[in-house]
Design a protein around this ligand. Structure first.
Ligand code: IP8
Length: 252
């Protein structure tokens, strides 16, 4: 069997990030077509929240902790990102991909921002059966703060080692990690990061945009799992193992 693969779809790819709650069904359909054309790739998908979850998380101040005044935001944020997850799963199933939506809210537990419990073994069983689990960044209960935001990038970082996955790709709305001059940085190692200036995002993103993504991927690289960041239009190349013009992050 081919090696298992994690593909993360950035929130900016599956939603229109500037427009609250706007799901990009055309892009989802195109991605689903690419996945459907490669039925032999054992795949787990993760997507970010984009404009379905970040605005709600910010509005209710989720990252500042939960109390009786803002607890409504837990459900509002979860519902927003679930709606997006339903759209991604529907798009995949319309292309005959056996996708199933899985919410971290019911499977993860956090303490002061860090994952302390996660049930993930079932995901490996699904992947081996040819089912594509579709997880998403979510709001998750936190023992000390009440609730925390668990980003799709943190999910990727923890799922890859848990499921023995060595191929990790992140599809974004840019060609890769960009220098301040807008050039793709082809290779990054954990040692390069302190001296590298990367271009940031201007949208509401409670989990830190490209910098937040890189901080997770650097941990992954240090654990021996390389990852790749590329433009959404190059998903097919990534799944085929072909050059995609993006950034490779590796241990050095
Ligand atoms: O877009 C954030 O996930 P991300 C999840 O992957 C929520 O950072 C609910 C804001």
């Amino acid at each position: 069997m081919s090696p298992r693969v994690i593909l993360k779809l950035g929130g900016s790819v599956v939603t229109s990030k500037g427009l609250s709650g706007a799901i990009d069904t055309r892009t989802i359909d195109a991605i689903a077509g690419e996945v459907a054309r490669r039925p032999d790739v054992p795949l787990l998908l993760v997507h970010g929240a984009g404009s379905c979850g970040h605005p709600e998380a910010a509005r209710y101040g989720i990252t500042g902790g939960i109390n009786a005044n803002n607890r409504r935001g837990v459900g509002e944020t979860h519902r927003a990102v679930r709606r997006l997850n339903d759209a991604v799963v529907t798009g995949l199933r319309e292309h005959d991909v056996d996708a199933i939506g899985i919410s971290p809210l019911g499977a993860y537990f956090i303490e002061d921002g860090d994952i302390v419990a996660a049930t993930t073994e079932q995901l490996g069983v699904m992947i081996d059966l040819g089912i594509v689990p579709v997880l998403h960044g979510d709001v998750v209960m936190d023992r000390t703060r009440g609730a925390s935001i668990l980003s799709g990038d943190r999910l990727v970082r923890t799922l890859a080692p848990a499921l023995g996955i060595q191929r990790v790709g992140l599809a974004t709305d840019v060609a890769g990690v960009l220098s301040r001059d807008g050039e793709v940085i082809p290779n990054l190692t954990p040692g390069d990061l302190p001296s590298t200036t990367i271009k940031g995002s201007t949208f509401t993103d409670v989990t830190g945009g490209m910098a937040g993504k890189l901080s997770e991927l650097v941990v992954l690289a240090r654990e021996g799992v390389p990852s790749e960041i590329f433009h959404v239009s190059r998903i097919g190349d990534f799944l085929d193992g072909s050059p995609h013009g993006g950034t490779h992050i590796h241990g050095g």
